[in-house]
Design a protein around this ligand. Structure first.
Ligand SMILES: Cc1cc2nc3c(=O)[nH]c(=O)nc-3n(C[C@H](O)[C@H](O)[C@H](O)COP(=O)(O)O)c2cc1C
Length: 344
């Protein structure tokens, strides 16, 4: 409600400025302690189990909003079922030259070219050590080499419930992603799973329909090497002259249909044996419902937080409950993969 008044003013400012203001506001701990009671939704039908965690609901925060674990207090008051911090690098990194963000308001979409800025793993560990939350926290990790990834993994894994390995960021210095060279990806994934002490998720790119075989080869590497879940998907690379580096990753409503197709294809492949976190353009309870019925165990979002504000997770959960009732599902657990399992 308050956000619908604030948003037109925020959106008059350049997207980078509005984003920095949003991060500043989410650092004000006292406000969010007071607002906490307005955002919770508790209902047994929303609960899901993932790895060893019982989540209060299946709607999480995607990686990239709280990169350095500095907003966990406020984020934990907003009704999310889980939070993903990061992506965290082993050492501090400034990211790409600004501007970093361009809005496409007609499509409720964004293009970002942050390039994984990070205050580094040591900073994040010290922030996590000071925080005690009742919401499970997962951490996305990134790097430029196998040693880089394993260094962050070893520093961070014991402080969080699970690790998401970001091999799919489109905004890095090198051309392409770690998925371009499957031999290299295999080496990376096995180095990580050999050292794992927590469940590992592999976050993949939004592969086109014609790249389905390659995507399934990546899922196969993940399964063979003992990865525990797949996060699908990261941002879609596009050119954008207004960004500092002239290109970025598209997110938000424009990518929703493709993200759902990918979740469905992966679900058919893994047959529910490992969980999928569905990400990309989820901005309503209906979007969450559709993503889960196509095979996601849980969903997460980021762009909708920027367009719809702090009440988004709560609204989505309420709408999701309404959709469950309307379609005669007793729980989210029963909904998972329903569409993919049922011939249309
Ligand atoms: C500003 C911004 C920063 C992001 N940073 C990261 C990141 O550090 N690591 C990562 O894995 N994904 C990152 N993402 C991608 C999101 O986690 C998510 O995959 C993508 O935004 C699609 O979801 P959405 O449509 O709900 O935003 C970022 C996205 C945005 C918009």
């Amino acid at each position: 409600m308050l956000y619908s008044l604030l948003r037109p003013i925020l959106f008059l400012a350049p997207a980078d400025v509005a984003h920095s203001f949003g991060l500043w506001a989410f650092r004000r701990k006292t406000i969010w302690s007071i607002l906490r009671r307005f955002y919770g939704v508790r209902d047994e039908r929303l609960e899901i189990d993932i790895f060893d965690n019982r989540l209060m609901n299946p709607i999480g925060l995607a990686a990239g909003f709280d990169k350095d674990a500095e907003l966990l207090h406020s984020m934990s008051t907003l009704g999310f079922g889980f939070l993903t911090i990061g992506s965290v690098r082993s050492l501090p990194h400034p990211g790409n030259p600004r501007p970093w963000l361009v809005r496409y308001p007609e499509q409720n979409a964004l293009v970002n070219s942050l390039g994984l800025p990070s205050k580094g793993a040591a900073h994040v560990v010290s922030n996590l050590a000071q925080t005690h939350l009742d919401v499970p926290v997962f951490c996305s990790i990134a790097g430029e080499s196998v040693d880089d990834f394993t260094a962050v993994l070893e520093k961070l894994q014991e402080h969080v419930e699970g690790i998401e390995v970001n091999v799919s960021c489109p905004n890095v210095e090198r051309d392409g992603t770690f998925e371009d060279d499957l031999v290299m990806l295999d080496i990376l994934v096995s180095a990580i799973t050999e050292k794992k002490k927590r469940p590992i998720l592999l976050k993949i790119s939004p592969f086109l329909s014609r790249e389905r075989d390659k995507m399934l080869q990546i899922v196969d590497i993940a399964k063979r090497r003992g990865v525990d879940g797949i996060t699908a998907v990261n941002a879609t690379p596009i050119p954008e002259a207004r960004l500092g580096v002239g290109r970025g990753g598209l997110t938000g409503s424009s990518v929703r249909v493709e993200a759902r197709r990918i979740v469905s294809e992966i679900y058919e492949e893994v047959q529910g044996k490992i969980p999928i976190i569905g990400i990309g353009g989820v901005s309503s309870g209906k979007d969450a419902y559709d993503m889960i019925s196509h095979g996601a165990t849980a969903v997460a979002f980021l762009t909708a937080l920027i367009y719809s504000g702090p009440g988004t997770a709560q609204i989505m959960n309420k709408e999701l409950l309404e959709m469950l009732t309307k379609n005669h599902f007793s729980s989210v657990k029963e909904l998972i993969g329903y569409h993919s399992r049922t011939p249309s």
